[in-house]
Design a protein around this ligand. Sequence first.
Ligand code: NAD
Ligand code: LMR
Length: 342
Amino acid sequence: ALRGSFVTKAQKATQRSQYGLQIQASYKVAILGAAGGIGQPLALLVKMSPLVSDLHLYDIANVKGVAADLSHCNTPSQVLDFTGASELGNCLKGVNVVVIPAGVPRKPGMTRDDLFNINANIVKTLVEAVADNCPDAFIHIISNPVNSTVPIAAEVLKQKGVYDPKKLFGVTTLDVVRANTFVAEKKNLKLIDVDVPVVGGHAGITILPLLSKTRPSVSFTDEEVEQLTVRIQNAGTEVVEAKAGAGSATLSMAYAAARFVESSLRALDGDGDVYECSFVQSDLTDLPFFASRIKLGRKGIEALIPSDLEGLTEYEQKALEALKPELKASIEKGIAFVQKQP
Ligand code: NAD
Ligand code: LMR
């Protein structure tokens, strides 16, 4: 339903603009890392949104050309480019949604945690600027390892005295997109109908698709559950290996991130029926951050959806317990990274 309404609203806006009627573009979106593999296609998809009035593209290099190129598309938003730390503040002022895909991607043989040393600093610096310039914005963290970069962002915002846990999101939409695709393929279902909640975190076994909660209701054999779960958990690695050194998922990630941006904008715009999975501060388990379905509203997270974690199968319950130590360690590593700095 979410994907359907994204397309329909975009099409409607295109029609309206073709006929010169009023369109409702009024939100400002910033992408930090906009010249990168994810940043560029994401910027294009956000440029297509009827809800966006201003699209601010920031990177440390190569963003001028991306913005010039995109600015020729006859969709509502104005595109501005910002290069380097001295322009970051201006990029962020007045922004409603900040998306952060800045940082290095994996190469074959690496884990997401191997990116920590470089990306932790990048996320810390960028979130400090968000805190200083648009503390009220929804913040979407894509940079890996998400299981640590989201806690890093939370600590930075706390130190700055502006942390609102309802507005900080680790983007795990790609896990849901993949789960929906793989389940529809395997069970011969119409893609548009399939929705699989994916909980936990965003790395290896911390990615836990709750296949028993698939809508519409589907039954799986034990072998199917095992095979689908492992494929969803390893889907990022599948792309890293296929790209053979040229990076990780960018196009499917941009698609997933654009869906999460559009959902956030619809929530900001007053739509009362917006649900997504995201890695957020949570009290659904004993871990301080946990990905689950959430209800989005004008002020960010309106509710966590606990029912997905009720009545799990034995397989899911075991997988949930098994992922906790790794997820806990990644969260603590992120928190310690910020707290130990002078
Ligand atoms: P990329 O190398 O193609 O692009 C990264 C961009 O970030 C580059 O343009 C680079 O100049 C920019 N950058 C680096 N340092 C910066 C800084 N300090 N400020 C602003 N921009 C900076 O990489 P990519 O393929 O776009 O991936 C980006 C990140 O997203 C990686 O960490 C990757 O692991 C992660 N990722 C996450 C998911 C997810 O599901 N959450 C999916 C795919 C990739
Ligand atoms: C993904 O799931 O595709 C991303 O987290 C990138 C990666 O390193 O696998």
